[in-house]
Design a binder for this molecule. Sequence first.
Ligand code: SAH
Length: 347
Amino acid sequence: MKNDRKDIRALTKKQLQEFFVSQGDKSFRGSQVYEWLWSKSAHTFEEMTNISKETREMLKNNFVINHIRVDQMQRSSDGTIKNAVKLHDSLTVESVLIPTPKRTTACVSSQVGCSLDCQFCATAKLKRMRNLNPDEIYDQVVAIDNESRLYFDKPLSNIVFMGMGEPLMNYNNVMKAIEKITSKEGLGMSPKRITISTSGVPKMIKKLADDEAKIKLAVSLHSAIDEVRTKIMPFNETFPLKDLKEALEYWYAKTKSRITYEYIVWKDINDNRPAAQALVDFCKAVPCKVNLIEYNPIDDGHFQQASAEATAMYQNMLERNGITVTVRRSRGKDIDAACGQLANKSA
Ligand code: SAH
């Protein structure tokens, strides 16, 4: 019997209401339980104090509540917090809380490992083990929201899908999680405060535009020259820049939402004028801004951050062409919590 019990959080609100009706109860009971599961983040049926004891027993006989567990929390000298998160099947992902004076941002994972093969990213070395379920994504956000209130005295303000995994390769579950995060029965956050960062899967960017998700889009570009991009992000062979550009034009036409390009300048890879010019040209396709991000070394040492002059050259060329550019410094490097460093080392 025990093994047959289903994860109750895999049910939609409607399915939960229907379950109660099928048990001879009211559909309203389903709404109450749903609220416990999501906005109140109950970990056990016992906590559901406005539900009768018999009903709680019945639920226990039929369902389990799978919940993530923050296994280990590390704090960086700059305030950044990294959670190693244990899933119900003992796999681990990581999520990060990044505090700044104005906001606290949760950087969450969407997959265990990653489907893609970016040569400079520690997560890619893990390969993809499985997609995260909507509740596993949602729980990471709740855990970070709690930490934000506890350590910084304010609720979480922003979410970025820049943890482990490629969010657009786990599209349905990411969208279901966002629905919960933004709904009143969940956290009630505005979708405008949520950014999906993708390495650029054209078909899924178009789908995101069609679904009118109202979230922000960031694209990890790193090179606007196909031969170079394919070397560092081999899947670019399958999804070349021409297709990416077309998908981004489609996105902008539908959403009117400006795109952010994330770009790392590496020594001997893209630290030259033609590469910067190619980026400037790519940026003309749709309204955008560029985040020049610092490279966080991963252990294999093939990639090296370019000189400060090379970064300044990019900055100047972009600015001269009227493109907004910011240079982003890494956070949480001392605890391997920075972009591209998430590889479950502490697990
Ligand atoms: N798969 C998604 C989200 C996860 S990666 C994506 O590619 O966007 C989040 C960001 O970290 C991306 O911009 C990615 O290019 C960047 N990143 C990966 N490895 C990095 C590294 N070693 N140093 C700095 N940034 C890195």
